[in-house]
Design a protein around this ligand. Structure first.
Ligand SMILES: CC(C)(COP(=O)(O)OP(=O)(O)OC[C@H]1O[C@@H](n2cnc3c(N)ncnc32)[C@H](O)[C@@H]1OP(=O)(O)O)[C@@H](O)C(=O)NCCC(=O)NCCS
Length: 190
């Protein structure tokens, strides 16, 4: 589907958004609903990805924000988490687009907006994110957006799964990064 001309409105989530956001994130990452999209973790993990309390924590933590993208009717179409680490690097995560609207350019626009947000609000010049190593199609997508594998690997937090189990025992994260000064961020007009 093409979302190129869809008007997006971005805002920073508040704690009350967590209840609507939880099933949205779960539906993009997990279970049958997520298989409608082109990339999913449904074959890797059978948990809920995050619970409402976890979302509220992300939303209220200092130097961190959950960004929501809605369409003109106010319907939530995408979200992501951004944060500034102690060493001033921007973090990008919990990236989700409505599975019915994936593959039409929304993800690209949300990532650009998130990079612009981190640059504008926190002055970060480098972004970092983590992808499960098996997700080659997604890693390629980030490479096309200017990210590079750092060679750093992080353990998968098996002990923190929410209401469910992992379907594989060999998961870990590949850390990827992007130098925002080498590929200047387009100031997003949403
Ligand atoms: C990752 C995600 C946010 C991307 O959102 P999106 O709106 O689909 O992204 P876009 O439409 O901008 O990009 C789609 C890309 O997929 C590519 N694509 C489409 N079908 C594909 C397929 N079957 N295999 C591989 N790539 C495919 C398109 O070519 C396009 O890439 P390009 O812009 O470089 O050409 C979305 O797929 C999602 O919510 N996934 C589930 C949650 C998740 O995995 N989050 C990321 C965790 S790090």
């Amino acid at each position: 589907m093409s979302n190129g001309s869809l008007d997006l409105n971005f805002r920073v989530a508040v704690a009350d958004d967590a209840v609507e956001l939880q099933p949205f994130v779960r539906s993009a990452y997990r279970g049958e609903s997520s298989r409608k999209g082109w990339t999913t973790e449904a074959d890797l993990l059978a948990d809920e990805r995050i619970d409402v309390e976890g979302l509220k924590e992300k939303i209220t933590t200092p130097d961190s924000a959950v960004l929501l993208a809605t369409d003109d009717a106010g319907v939530l179409v995408a979200c992501c988490e951004v944060a500034k680490s102690a060493d001033g690097v921007g973090y990008f995560g919990m990236f989700a687009v409505d599975p019915d609207r994936q593959g039409g350019g929304l993800g690209r626009r949300v990532l650009e907006y998130a990079e612009g947000y981190c640059s504008r609000v926190w002055g970060v010049t480098k972004m970092e994110m983590s992808v499960i190593w098996t997700r080659e199609e997604l890693i390629s997508w980030y490479v096309r957006r200017g990210y590079k594998k750092t060679g750093v690997q992080k353990p998968f937090p098996y002990a923190e799964l929410v209401n469910g189990v992992a379907l594989r025992d060999d998961l870990y994260f590949e850390v990827m990064e992007k130098d925002l000064t080498a590929d200047p961020v387009v100031s997003s007009t949403a």
